[in-house]
Design a protein around this ligand. Structure first.
Ligand code: ADE
Length: 248
């Protein structure tokens, strides 16, 4: 069964965009998922198809009208799919959300433009408000693309044998360990010796410790949560220092 994505947008030409390439693009061609970009302008009012107006209470910019957005939502068959509204005011989007979306029949993503969407239609529609990070994009389309990319790679059959669904970052609450490939010596820099040893248990131990070191240095929030679960301190790995200079 095809995983169905719908984007409600004022810029349908932004889709599939990068989702038409590489892994997601091949999966789209193969029918593993579908993408329907619906132009909300079609629900705009009057001859000029107006979709926005000035904010009550004053202030800069324009707000998308609730009647127009509601009509656009009513114009699609949700078919059991969550309605997701990307916004910097949303709760942080997590890999757990992505797994939940990917496990369902698909998603409908409402892409805001201008200053945003009238709050009442967000309430009335029960939209899930999610943020992809603490920065402001010019609209929801790029955030929708991020969300869909993350979902599609988890769909059954999308990953070939050459592209394992590496979910090690976040799956166990840690960032992924660093990766190395040939040549073993490059520009005066060596690959950590244990990785060349063929000693699988030692490699696994090194990778776990490296994950913990990098998480501690870069993501104190994840590290604190992980420690509550793991309840222990792991020694840091030689060659991977926990200072910001090395890791930035
Ligand atoms: N729209 C604009 N900025 C955004 C962000 N950081 N996350 C999600 N949607 C957005």
């Amino acid at each position: 069964m095809t995983w169905q994505a719908t984007a409600l947008t004022l810029f349908p030409d932004m889709f599939p965009g990068t989702l038409g390439q590489s892994l997601a693009g091949r999966a789209l061609e193969r029918g593993i998922w579908s993408l329907d970009a619906r132009d909300m302008r079609e629900y705009g009012l009057g001859r000029h198809r107006v979709v926005d107006d000035t904010p009550f209470g004053g202030g800069a910019g324009m707000v998308m009208r609730p009647d127009v957005v509601a009509a656009a939502i009513a114009g699609i068959d949700l078919a059991g799919r969550p309605l997701v509204y990307p916004t910097p005011r949303g709760r942080p989007l997590k890999q757990a959300d992505i797994r939940r979306y990917a496990a369902g029949p698909g998603v409908v993503v409402l892409c805001g433009r201008y200053e945003g969407v009238d709050e009442r239609v967000l309430e009335a529609s029960g939209a899930e408000q999610v943020s992809i990070g603490d920065y402001i994009l010019s609209g929801g389309e790029v955030a929708a693309t991020v969300l869909l990319d993350a979902c599609v790679r988890l769909l059954p059959g999308v990953m070939g044998s050459g592209e394992s669904a590496v979910e090690e970052s976040f799956a166990d609450g840690l960032l992924e360990y660093p990766l190395y490939t040939k040549p073993a010596q490059w520009d005066g820099r060596d690959v950590p010796e244990v990785l060349l040893s063929g000693h699988h248990a030692a490699i696994a131990r090194w990778r776990r410790a490296a994950s913990e070191t990098v998480t501690q240095a870069r993501r104190p929030d994840l590290w604190a949560a992980y420690q509550v679960g793991a309840g222990q301190d792991i020694p840091r790995v030689a060659g991977i220092r926990a200072d910001a200079d090395r890791l930035n």
